[in-house]
Design a protein around this ligand. Sequence first.
Ligand SMILES: [Zn+2]
Length: 308
Amino acid sequence: MEDVYCFGGNPLDRASERRDDGDWIAKLLDDPQTRLLALRDLKPFTRGTTTPTLDWQPVAPWRARIGAGAPLVFLGLGDGRAHFAIDAVGADVAPELDTGLIDVRALAPTLAHGEAAILAEARSLLDWHARHRFCAQCGAPSTVASAGWKRHCPACRASHFPRTDPVVIMLATRGERALLGRNRRRPGARFSCLAGFVEPGETPEEAVRREVREEAGVRCGRVRYLAAQPWPFPSSLMMGFLTEALTEEITVDAEELAEARWFSRTEIREMVARAATGPDDPAQVSLPSPIAIAHHICRRWSSGLDSV
Ligand SMILES: [Zn+2]
């Protein structure tokens, strides 16, 4: 069985073949067992303060918002009931709820795996609706369709579908060393795998070689896929790879990276251990926390579980 990382492993049955069945969706919304997750500014309503959980609510209190056309998404079936998400922007919400909103990045590590995955689905879709209110073809206002999985343009009849942006994230290795970069936008000594969007007309393997060449000037040969992780900021699919570096000399793209460096397997193993236990010590080189697939790519390679 493949490894599942944060935001992966969604337990819901998306029942995608029934999204267009308006009667069925209406029946689900009338069912008192149905659960609804509200997000405001892409942050979910939560319960509890020390270890917050998602605040699933019945549909009834949200009837007026649904009637007013707030984006509503059918997430899927689980535990014998339907799950929906709603965009609560503009909703009249009790102040004690509103102050408890936590950013998804901060919340995800404390949630159960399945809940984080459902939250990723909800966040990506509601963000897409918020940013795609007009038809990309003719510019007319579009409407939510297919239980939140489509937008329809009444003017030119075009259908628009939520997109997922493929990103390659890779560790280039050469013998007992691997290449990590330090982002310009991130302070301190935080290193990570190199990464970049797959471009139109490109395979993931080609994107891996191009990105390592562009960002660090290193040429790569073999590429091996490891695992993927949904990354709902706003809607990426992080695809993790190992790749075999054919050259060693580093020429950094100063637009992207402040620095790129070869680290030994032992150094990376130590960085992984530190990143798994707590916040960065600014005096030491560090890696992303286990929320990010970069952490697991480095962990698996440095502990000998994976090779190119
Ligand atoms: Zn249109």
